[in-house]
Design a protein around this ligand. Structure first.
Ligand code: ATP
Ligand code: MG
Length: 218
């Protein structure tokens, strides 16, 4: 597929890159390098006008918001924290799926006391408990949230849960769902107007790839 405008697409390494790759392939876009095997942060593709920028998952909305990338792929968790300013979110890619959950020790008290909650997802946690009319103290962490209740840093955690194995390995259980999470295509609002035809063309083939029956190839 040919694109009339140059397009820069922001992706993060790991599961987002790996699971977006087949969708991009459906659009005829193939990176020249594997981010797991190169230190390059800008990857050329087989299409001279399309390039990928490889950044931290939590930074994808920011690059797209400021137009440093025209579009990107970001987890709903990351978008809920970012707030979505300057972005359109036209397509659920249905990849990198998991749930944002409140978790803790089995039968932990979720009651009205001022609970301490450790999480990387401060905004989502605040919103969740505010909606229940519950006062909580949020302790911001950057990873390994499961440790916090084990060492008395917090009563509960808010984290992403896929199989529950990491929780279980640490004697924790999911207690309350907050949101279903999957990766979304995000588009810079100015690019949406200025590069409308190219973005619509890419969006169309990505939507087709997402909706294709599981196992079907092209
Ligand atoms: P880093 O690992 O670089 O600190 P990160 O944890 O945000 O950053 P990834 O682990 O690659 O980066 O996660 C990227 C996205 O994938 C998350 O924003 C989330 O939407 C989704 N994700 C994270 N963990 C899981 C999981 N266990 N199962 C499915 N999807 C997940
Ligand atoms: Mg991670």
């Amino acid at each position: 597929m040919e694109f009339i405008d140059a397009l820069t697409i922001a992706l993060s390494k790991g599961r987002i890159f790996e699971q977006t790759l087949p969708l991009l392939a459906h659009a005829g876009i193939e990176p020249r390098d594997d981010p797991a095997a190169t230190r390059k942060l800008i990857l050329a593709t087989n299409l001279p006008r399309v390039k990928l920028v490889i950044i931290r998952a939590a930074d994808v909305p920011t690059y797209v918001q400021y137009g440093a990338a025209d579009l990107g792929v970001a987890g709903k968790d990351v978008l809920m924290e970012h707030g979505g300013a300057g972005l359109y979110e036209p397509l659920d890619l249905r990849i990198a799926r998991c749930r944002m959950m409140v978790a803790g020790v089995p039968a932990a008290d979720l009651g009205p006391d001022r609970l301490r909650i450790a999480t990387k997802y401060v905004a989502s946690t605040e919103r969740h408990f505010a909606a229940k009319g519950q006062q909580v103290e949020i302790i911001k962490l950057y990873g390994s949230m499961e440790l916090a209740p084990l060492v008395g840093l917090s009563d509960l955690i808010v984290d992403l849960v896929e199989s529950g194995n990491t929780l279980e390995a640490n004697g924790l259980v999911p207690l309350e769902p907050i949101a279903d999470i999957s990766a979304r295509l995000v588009v810079n609002k100015a690019a949406w107007k200025m590069k409308h035809a190219a973005i619509m063309a890419l969006l169309g083939v990505l939507r087709e790839a997402v909706e294709a029956p599981v196992g079907a190839d092209q």
